[in-house]
Structures are given as C-alpha cells and as structure tokens.
Design a protein around this ligand. Sequence first.
Ligand code: C2E
Ligand code: CA
Ligand code: CA
Length: 716
Amino acid sequence: MSRSRKKKRNEVSLRNLTRNTTWVGFVVFVFASLCIYVVFAAAFSLFLGYFFESKVRTETEKASSIVETLEASGISGEEGFEAIRQRVDMLGHDYYITDENKNNVLFSKGEPEFFDSGSNLNIVIADSRFRLYSNSSIGFFVTENGDESAVDLVQLIRYLKDNPADKLSFGDLNNNIATVPFWVEMSVMDGKYHIFIKLDVDLGLTDVFYVIAFFGVISAIMMIVMIVLIVNAIVNAVRRQKTIKLLFTDPVTKGHNWLWFSFYGNQLIRKRRNRNRTYAVVTIDVVKYSNFCICHSLSEGEEMLYRISEILEKNRIKKEYIAHAAGSSFALLLKYSDEERIKKRVTHIIEQLQQISDEHKFNFHAGIAVVDVSVSSEKDKKGRVIIDIEKEYNYACAARDELAGSDDSGVVLLDDKMIADQKWIDIVHEKQQAALDNEEFLIYYQPKYNPQNDELTGAEALIRWQSPEYGFVTPNRIIPIFEQNGFITKIDHYMIRHVARDQKRWLDAGYKCVPVSVNVSRAHFIEDDLAEQIRDLVDSEGCPHEYIEIELTESAFFDDKKALLTTIGRLKGYGFAVSMDDFGSGYSSLNSLKDMPLDVLKLDAEFFRGEQGDGRGQIVVAEAIKLAKYLNMRTVAEGVEMREQVDFLAEQGCDMIQGYFYAKPMPGSDYEERMKQGSSAEEIISETVNASGTGNISETENISEEVNAEDAEKKE
Ligand code: C2E
Ligand code: CA
Ligand code: CA
C-alpha cells in the first residue's frame, strides 16, 4: 500500500476514534435491551407453551386411548356406538356425540360450551389428529396458524387472572391450584360419529414452581447480560478517552503532538465555513538544540522544550493550534491577515522565547507558509479544496531551511521559488515508484580513460530520468530528494541490477568490457548485509564481480566507521573494487584513507575548476596522487575538461580521467561504440578537437540532454 493511501486510512481511523459516539452508544444500548427483552419473552413463552401443551396432550391421550381400544375390538353399528358412549360416559366428563355432519346431537351430558368457529386447533397423537376447541367460558385455545397446535398463553394468563380462585377447583389430590377446561373432538367409526369431550388441565404447585424457577433463571441471565453490557460500554468509553489523550499528548511538553496538530489542523482548514479564510502554518525550531543537550543534559533540553511550549500556548488565540512537531521543532497554525503582521507576530513570539533562560541564549528559526484556502489549487472531484497540513508544514520547513547555517534568530516567509522547489519535491515523491516500475530511469555511462595512452579503462554509471511528463531530468534534481526520502536505496539497487545486466550482455556479445562503477548512497550503510545484497544482485544477472565497482561518497566515511570498514572488507572479499568518490570535496578524509582498504581514489572535480594560476592546486593534486600510490590505490580525476589538465595528470601518473575532455555521460548505445573503439579514443579526440575546437566528444548527445533538462525545468 502506498504511503498516501496509508495516510488516508490512518486519518479515517483517527476520525472514527475521535468521533463523538454517545448517541450511537445509546442507540446500541436500546437496541441490545430490546433484543434481550424479545429473547426473554420468546424463551418464556416457548417454555410455557411447551409445558402447557404437554399437559393438554396427556389428557387428550387418555381419552383417545379408550375410544381407540374399543374401535380396535371391531364392534360396529348400534352396538359399537353404545359401547363407545358408555366408555366415554365412564370417564365422568361432560361430552356430546354428533352424527357424521355434526348437525345432529345424538347424545349429550352437560352443556356443550365451546367455540365451534374456526378458532380450534389440532393436536396430533400417534398419527391421529384431534381437534381441540376453546371453552366458550374461557376462550384461551386460539389457534392462529391453522393446523399447528398452539396454546395462547396470554389468553391463559388472562383467564387465570380473571377467574377468582373460588371459580377454580382447589385442594385436589395433587396440590391442584387450578383446573383449566378444554374440549377435544374425536371422530369414531370412520367419521360416522364425532365425540366432543370436555377435559381438564390440572395445574399443580410443582408446575407453578417449575414455571417460577424457569422465569427466575432466565431473568437472572438477562440481568447479568444487561449489567455486562452496561459495564462494558462504560469501560470502553473511558478507555477510548484515555487512548485518545495518550495518542495526542506529547511526552516531552505534555501539550499536543504532531498527530494531534495534523489531524485537527486538517479538519480546521478543510471546514466548509473556513473556505474563505487564510492561515499561516509556522514552524519554529530551536537553533543548535542538540548542542545544548550535549553541553547540559537531555532532561534540561526537554525542560526547555516544555517552557517553550508554555510560551507558545500563551501566545495562542482562539481557533489556533500549537504542537510539538518533532525534535526541537514546534508547529503552529495561526490566523493570517497579511505578510507584515504575521512576520511581526512570529518575531514577537521569538523575542519572548529568547528570554526563556537567564544562563543560556537560545536562538530560533521560523518558517511561515501561507495557506489561502480560497485559492488553493488542489481540489477533489467534487470541487472541495484538499489541503494537507503536513505538506504546508513542509513548505514552512523549507522556508525555515533558508536560515540553515545561521546561528541568529530569524523568520522566513515562503516565496515563489521555495514553493516551486517544494512542489518539485512533492512531484518526485509522488512519481518515483511509478517511474521505477516503468523503467523510466536511464543508465548513462561516462567513460574513464587512461591519459597515458587514451585507452578506455572504466566507466561510471549515472542516472537520468526520462519522464513522460517532465522530460529529461538530471540527477542533481532527483538524487538529493531520493536521499532525503529514502528512495535512494531502491535507486541504487536498480542501478546495480541494470549495470550488471548490461555488462553481462556486452560480455556475451564479445565487447571488450571494462569495470563500471556504481554509486552507492551512504543511506545504505545502516544495512548490515549491504555487501551480500550487492553480490546477490550482480549474481542474479550473471555478471562477473570484477566488472562492477562500488563508489562510496567521501561523506559516508564520517558515519559509522566500523560498519563501513566491515562492508568494504566484504565487498572486496566478493571481488568488487571499492572507490572513494569526491575525495577532497568535503572535510579532510585523510584519516579514512589510513583505515579503509580502498582500491580507487576519485579526485573531486573541484580540483580542476577555475584558473590554475599559482600552481597551488597542482601541488595538492600531485601530492594526492602520490599519496594514493603509496597506499596502493589507483586514481581517477573527475571533471577534467582541458588538454593541459590531462597532460598534467598524465605526468603525475594519474591512472584514469573521467571528464568532458574525453566524454560526457552517454546512453548505453553510445557507450557500446566507445567499447568497440577501445584504445582508439585518441582518434575520436583529435576528430572532435579538429571539428569543434574543444575536447568535448559527445556534443550532439549532450546538447539534446541539456535542452531536455531545460524543458523539464520549464514544465514544472
Ligand atoms: P558524481 O558521482 O560525482 O558524478 C560525476 C558527476 O560529474 C556527473 O554528474 C558527471 O556528469 C559530472 N561530470 C563528469 N565530468 C565532468 C566534467 O568534465 N565537467 C563537468 N562540469 N561535470 C562533469 P551527474 O551525472 O549530473 O551526477 C551528479 C551526481 O548525482 C553524481 O555525482 C552522483 O553524486 C549523483 N548520482 C548520479 N547518478 C547516481 C546514481 O545512480 N546513484 C546515486 N546514489 N547517485 C547518483
Ligand atoms: Ca560518483
Ligand atoms: Ca564524484
């Protein structure tokens, strides 16, 4: 997942986390309570229904078995009818018998009191169906779904309630507390007669106990569930509040942190009602904060940050945000009216901050980026302005960086050039992965020649970006950005792989190949297995190791020396040559030369710039070459453009020259030509010198490169 998508996801998660969900909780609670109530009622009614029905069934079974036994004995006709009637009579219940069509009552005992409407129900006992009828004085056997047997409990309870105890029969044998009558219909003799018998359901004390026990257990369970739900909701709400607080609190200043600032800052500037407002995103940084911490202590440094945060907080007005961004930097989102005023205000804040300590004088660098919401060019599909406060803060930082190197306090407002630079950084950042995937990065080769015999002895691989949108882009415009955002490690891998692939192809095609050096950024040196990564990349392309050289920039030698030494040792062990790039460009790295077992020393192009009038530069170069020789290192002079320089270097015993005098960086196809010519470089030089009067041999190619680069700049 890309970083921007991840960022969006995080934003959504934060929004969900911080959203006020009290009413949602309330709705969920009510819904859960309702569900619990329904489950409770259903369980209770099911239980009672089943309980009561089983009693009805038992009674019905008793009556039906008598009739069935008689029928089974095979007596029929008048005799059969009389036999059945007598047996039913013996049961001692009210009953009556009708003919086939239930029109004529043939015999009866007691009053037939039942519903003869459709409100009856069936009960199935051993394959036979019986009809149950509601007793008209009670009316609780009501069926609502046709054939299914069901007892209407509401009706039953209502009946028990409406019928005072004296109407019901009490004190029977089995501790009866209520007798509920119902009628059952049975067809006998193949439907020739219908017998309706009034039966009773006896409810005893034990039954009541079961019902109450069941009711109690269910109620207790429901109660526990409810309590758990409520406690859980409260605990969650408290925990959520704590999480939010922890998430948004800065551990050093105890105020807000960057996450809070970016989250609520974005919400504020994106609000509909703020769309005509202008804000200033400000960064304020303590100059040389780390020096202070080294001289004093980290806790004293943090104490300072705490006090800075307090002062900033005092300067904040309503609807303005302040947070500790990172390290010694603070982020502010302030209201803006005009440049003059905002600068004055920030200067005034800095003046207050400078008073923070009596013993130590602190200075502050501030950068300001103005966010005019109404004119923001970035809009989404629906036309809403999308402003990213992180981007704006980066702009403010870019403005602040203009003060880098100065120890005095200062305030810089972002200008157009800074905006353009920053935009370019954003573009590169956004496009880099796609450009890599689409192989838009080209490998240019700059040959290295032996000045003694003009023979091709090596080359350096240099990146170019052939962008469909931005044209031909030179490395100076992308490499520093990649180094900043960490993409450089992917670029270095890409270069190594492609160079190894090219070399393998050229070797297979029978070219007279020479080692090609590839730049490896210092950012890589934190990786323990860098040497193995390089070896594996080269091996995967099947290229012999002696055709690949690794260039480490001089500044890398100031990082973790031990790690560097180990990696160089391993690289050499695998058969790669290792060179120190840009020697002499930065701080003296003579000490590194002593410790590092390097193969090649590349003299920085700065040695060969400008007039060589007083000869001091020549002395330094000559001595550097000598030094390298004593240390068994070969030398490459970079940036050599003139014949005199070549002659001088040849005299001093410089092994290789990489410069426009011989060749500019060129595409692989042109470099192939160079390999074909091999030692005949002399001819090309004399040809070019004759034709143009300079030593520049790839003029045509490079003019197009330069034009393309200009194009790219214009396009931005
Ligand atoms: P570098 O490694 O010092 O590369 C030498 C640079 O000097 C190249 O610039 C080359 O075109 C330029 N140059 C060579 N001879 C002359 C000359 O006679 N006159 C002048 N004026 N310039 C000369 P380029 O290709 O623009 O690269 C610039 C820098 O970008 C490189 O400096 C290197 O630091 C970085 N770079 C380029 N490609 C890569 C890469 O693939 N990976 C990494 N990590 N860095 C790269
Ligand atoms: Ca280099
Ligand atoms: Ca260099």
